[in-house]
Design a protein around this ligand. Structure first.
Ligand code: BGC
Length: 759
């Protein structure tokens, strides 16, 4: 059965229009095009018509009301670039719209095997003429610059005069909403036309950003199936380029317009116009079927490595496949970009990259596509100098502090208490590098980039912390929970910091042992004394004592505060951040998301199980899950603690978060971190995967509602398929060398012969 997500539309509703733009967007990691209707919608639908390029940005002022030292006053924002998705259709003189005439049928689909979205419509015009309209869109994985629309019209009730008016609109604006802190508040137009032209029916536009000095070229060409039809491209009074095509279509016959758009930018191409021109000529020569075929093959390979199926739950299987597909679409395929919180599906969080990448999405790619994971980590390495500068701005004499949110590596968070103060991002990036190493054994990467990041982040911890009574303390930071800010000794932060410090030393020693540390030693002048300081700080890291009930405090003062009455808070007051002053929230025990529980996810092996159980139950009571990053983490930990029903409940919510719009904000874009989280809830949670220095182990269980599930992972260059049923676990080595895996605590050799373990 194919991986297809569909939605039938009876009438075009305002709220659904924006949501469907997200759900049916096309993206390939380089470009993302929201699934707006080609013919447009009225202005008051307030949709977010957009096309984005990963890593392409402009700079925006972010004036601080009080000019305190070194506060951030500029930020980067992802740009909406040329609109090439607009196509107006007229049938016998009547303009097509889902708001006029009758919708006999309208189905939108996302085909995750073919890598296309489709809209199939049967429309009866106000005068009663019936046409079939099939529109297929693709952003190509083969040619990342390419976006195509195949627009087919069939005359159903009588002969039809069909007119397409296909637009190339170079100057567009970003979306903004001053009432929601998760969206940009300021004026939205950032790109200005520098040059445009039409030759041989192909239109091109070169636009420049207002402040970042970047350029983007968009280029559009068309073909039409009717040999008698003439294509005529002209410029209108607004600088838009319009291609008009008129065709006579006999009853029962059809006409197809294909629109090819190419996008190139000056980050990646020296001369974006020349590059676009060259790409367009290759693409037109190869033709659309060639790219459809390549798309299918690319995805066949993707699913071969990344499959996750739930045996008897088609709904959850669809939800998880959707999430895994969106992760591929969101993720940069080069190190100029990364994975934005909303991928390339919308402007929520302005295209910024957060810890979401390292802690929620990279674990997925490390297990399914280590090559891509390496590239995403390289992006952080490319920005290491900016992280060093950021550390100096924050007053640190040494080390590097990665920004809380960014595009190019500079800090872009305007509100430092729940932004820059989240120093745990350094530990998260370090954790992710170590995890990559533990899964792949790629010491080369550690030598080239990884260890430098580990040392620089470890240096930062040394500079930020201090000793009190023989323990190492980290004061005035914010942990993952953004409802509790600027605290001392946040448990999660101290845990990742200690891990970061320990591994910086461990991997340095390993490189030294293998004679691979020379260049790095010279470059960053690391000394034995400094390494010793790092080990000592890790060993002496402070953790506040347990409460009398045996619960781990989230930070030094967490238990001194009253508990927020979550049950007594009206439903319409969530998420709390939109209804209460931050300072008010900070004075309560109330968590936006997993914080201490997140530490259990990462370091559960090192923490007493009873303490984890008590703490888990405690934090469940004080967590609102207002962040989409929360329930997936709770699910993994619940599984690890044997709370199977809870694990399933949290998982279900995480899996369906976007596909069912559970937080009513998917219209602004998908939640990539949660999407990675839903995969982890199955693989790390239900299947109990653990990869440490000691090796790889699993201890799967099957949630009550399921008969079983299957997934694939890569470990040390080998690909393995794992099938879990209520009675047994079957492990099949599909590619690569045999290795040893612990299953329910017993060591097993994983080789080409399928190993069946009876539970
Ligand atoms: C969460 C952060 C997250 C950000 C972007 C916020 O709501 O609290 O942890 O990094 O969203 O997804």
């Amino acid at each position: 059965m194919g991986r297809i997500f569909t939605k039938n539309i009876k009438a075009l509703a305002k709220t659904a229009a924006s949501l469907d733009e997200t759900l049916f967007h096309n993206a390939n990691g380089y470009i993302g095009v929201r699934g707006s209707l080609e013919e447009g919608v009225p202005h008051d639908f307030n949709t977010m018509r957009g096309t984005y390029i990963n890593g392409f940005y402009d700079i925006v002022d972010m004036k601080q009301a009080e000019n305190l030292c070194n506060l951030i006053e500029k930020k980067e924002t992802m740009l909406n670039v040329a609109d090439t998705q607009t196509i107006y259709l007229t049938v016998n003189g009547e303009p097509f719209s889902l708001l006029t005439g009758d919708i006999v049928k309208c189905k939108r689909s996302l085909d995750m095997d073919e890598g296309v979205t489709t809209r199939e419509v049967v429309w009866k015009s106000p005068k009663g003429d019936k046409v079939g309209i099939n529109i297929k869109r693709m952003t190509s994985f083969e040619e990342l610059s390419l976006f195509t629309i195949e627009y087919e019209v069939t005359a159903l009730s009588k002969d039809a005069k069909v007119m397409f008016s296909s637009a190339h609109i170079p100057e567009v604006s970003n979306y903004s909403d001053a009432s929601d802190p998760r969206l940009a508040a300021e004026s939205p137009k950032f790109i200005n036309l520098v040059d445009s032209g039409i030759w041989d029916g192909t239109s091109y536009a070169l636009a420049e950003t207002t402040r970042s000095g970047l350029k983007v070229c968009s280029m559009v060409s068309h073909t039409v199936s009717d040999p008698k039809a003439r294509l005529c491209t002209v410029r209108d009074g607004n600088g838009n380029m319009i291609c008009d095509v008129v065709c006579d279509v006999k009853k029962g016959e059809k006409v197809t317009l294909v629109k090819y758009s190419i996008f190139t930018d000056s980050l990646r191409f020296e001369d974006p116009v020349a590059a676009a021109k060259e790409k367009m000529s290759v693409v037109m020569e190869d033709g659309l079927p060639y790219y459809y075929n390549k798309q299918r093959l690319y995805l066949k390979n993707y699913w071969k490595n990344s499959m996750l199926e739930i045996h008897n739950d088609a709904r959850m299987s669809e939800a998880v496949s959707f999430n895994m597909y969106e992760l591929l679409c969101s993720s940069a395929k080069d190190s100029f970009g990364n994975i934005a919180a909303k991928g390339l599906s919308g402007e929520g969080y302005e295209g910024h990259y957060f810890w979401d990448t390292e802690m929620f999405v990279l674990p997925y790619f490390v297990l399914t596509d280590p090559y891509l994971a390496r590239m995403l980590l390289r992006y952080r390495y490319r920005t290491l100098d900016k992280a060093r500068e950021n550390a100096r701005l924050m007053g640190h004499k040494k080390g590097a502090l990665f920004p809380w949110r960014t595009i190019t590596g500079v800090e872009c968070s305007g509100y430092f208490p729940s932004g820059t103060a989240q120093y745990h991002i350094d530990g998260d990036i370090a954790y992710s590098i170590i995890n990559y190493y533990l899964v792949t054994g790629d010491l080369d990467f550690i030598k080239e980039c990884g260890e430098e990041v580990l040392i620089e982040t470890a240096r930062l911890w040394l500079d930020v912390g201090n000793y009190v009574g023989g323990t190492f303390r980290i004061n005035d930071v914010t942990g993952p929970d953004e409802y509790t800010c600027m605290v001392n000794n946040n448990y999660y932060t101290n845990m990742v910091a200690a891990y970061n410090l320990r591994w910086a030393v461990k991997l340095y020693k390993l490189l030294e042992e293998k004679g691979l540390a020379g260049a790095l030693k010279k470059k960053i002048k690391i000394t034995e004394a400094e390494l010793k300081e790092m080990s000592e700080a890790a060993d002496k890291m402070y953790f506040a004592p347990l409460s009398k009930d045996g619960v781990i405090p989230q930070d030094d003062s967490f238990f001194d505060k009253p508990k927020w009455n979550i049950k007594g808070t009206p439903k319409d007051k969530f998420p709390l951040l939109l209804h209460y002053h931050p300072l008010h929230l900070y004075r309560y025990q109330v968590c936006k998301q997993a914080d201490t529980v997140m530490a259990f996810f990462l370091f559960g092996d090192m923490i007493d199980k009873k303490t984890q159980e008590k703490s888990f139950e405690y934090y469940e009571e004080v967590t609102t899950h207002d962040s989409s990053l929360s329930k997936c983490a709770f699910s993994v930990v619940a599984s690890k603690l044997g709370m199977k029903d809870k694990a399933y409940k949290y998982f279900g919510n995480s899996a369906e978060f976007d596909i069912r719009n559970l937080h009513d904000n998917t219209q602004y874009g998908v939640h990539t971190a949660n999407m990675g989280g839903s995969f982890m809830a199955v693989v790390y949670g239900f299947a109990g995967l653990s990869i440490t220095e000691k090796g790889i182990s699993i201890a799967p269980f099957v949630p009550d509602k399921w008969t079983g599930y299957s997934f694939k992972i890569n470990y040390m260059g080998s690909r393995v398929r794992i099938d879990v049923t209520k009675d047994n676990v079957t492990v099949t080595l599909e590619e690569g060398n045999p290795f040893t895996m612990e299953i329910y605590g017993r060591k097993r050799k994983i080789s080409k012969t399928t190993d069946v373990i009876i539970i």
